[in-house]
Design a protein around this ligand. Sequence first.
Ligand SMILES: Cc1ncc(COP(=O)(O)O)c(C=O)c1O
Length: 396
Amino acid sequence: MNFATKTIHAGQPSEPETGSLIAPIFQTSTYEQDAPGQDKGFNYSRTNNPTRQRLETVLAELEGVQYAALFASGLAAENAVLQAYLRPGDEIVIPTDVYGGTYRILNKVYAPIGVTIKQLDIANRAALQAAITDRTKLVWIESPTNPRLLVYDIVDICRLAHAKSALVVVDNTFATPYFQQPFELGADIVVHSVTKYLGGHSDTIQGAALAKEASVFEPIKFLQNATGAVPSPFDCWLTLRGLKTLELRMQRHEENAIAIANSLKGHPLVRQVYFPGLPEHPGHEIAKKQMTGFGGMVSFELEGTIEEVVAFCSSRRYFTLGESLGGVKALLCHPATMTHASIPAETRAELGLSDTLIRLSPGCENAKDLVEDLLEGLTLLDHQRRTQKVAAASAH
Ligand SMILES: Cc1ncc(COP(=O)(O)O)c(C=O)c1O
């Protein structure tokens, strides 16, 4: 079955009792049993639910494995993996560029219980090799990363981690299984903020953790039920609906991202554009090797002040200023004050996360409209600067 067919058919037969083409939302907390302990495969909706099971089946198929567990958010999925694999005294290696919430849970929840977090530029192979020790339980990466869209060589990272018996977790939220298959590249665990492209419509919060091996998955699955951060049947149904157009949406997101990256590149008010599809992007060759496309996100640094960044972000017509990404409606965000505000300013500076970085999540709108919206913002900024210059000159 090819990818688009899987998104529509895998785990989603018509409902057997009525023939309903789209299965109903099994909005129930519990299930009638034939005799004590004899159920029809479901006994309580924290443990399992038919709507959730459908979504877990299709996500597993899309990532090319057997095991998927859904959670009430991406961070709940991350927490299940961290809780399953980290004990006091253990180490985890993470890259410099990592989602702010991942940084926060590690530093505020796991560091205080004695887990060592090693954050480094994992593109530096020698530094990465030295950082992975016998105490390293997890090497946790995103690729492309949030927010600078850096790309890491997943095959090589897996080789280094496995040499020390560490598991590799890939947060595949930005690429989605449409553009990248981390398990084929050697990953042991994949996590998703399902909230983003998989849901695709900015109307649900969910997460997923998937594994290739039953033994790796078992402790995560146990925590899904034992700690209980599960999504509602309605949320799962929304994602089942959204997922059916994943291929179409990802193609459009990427087309829009390419058009935007090319229009921003070389603009005098743009210091740098981050998009793995640009040949000058440092991860371009790796992306070509390990992805089937470059994704739908673009970030750029404005050549300007924080005030100008704020003015630009707050005044776009089609790019709504807001947290999150991956929906059909375009969003933009200012990582330093929004998604990555939980990283202290000094640390952000050390990590190279500029305060003038703007992250764009082009939706499925028309590319021309999105490009015009951004260029209009830059023209406005340029105009304001000129007006201020004239006003300052005439005041002297
Ligand atoms: C790359 C990445 N991973 C994980 C998360 C967390 O997901 P959620 O917001 O669904 O908890 C996010 C959220 O922005 C993200 O961007």
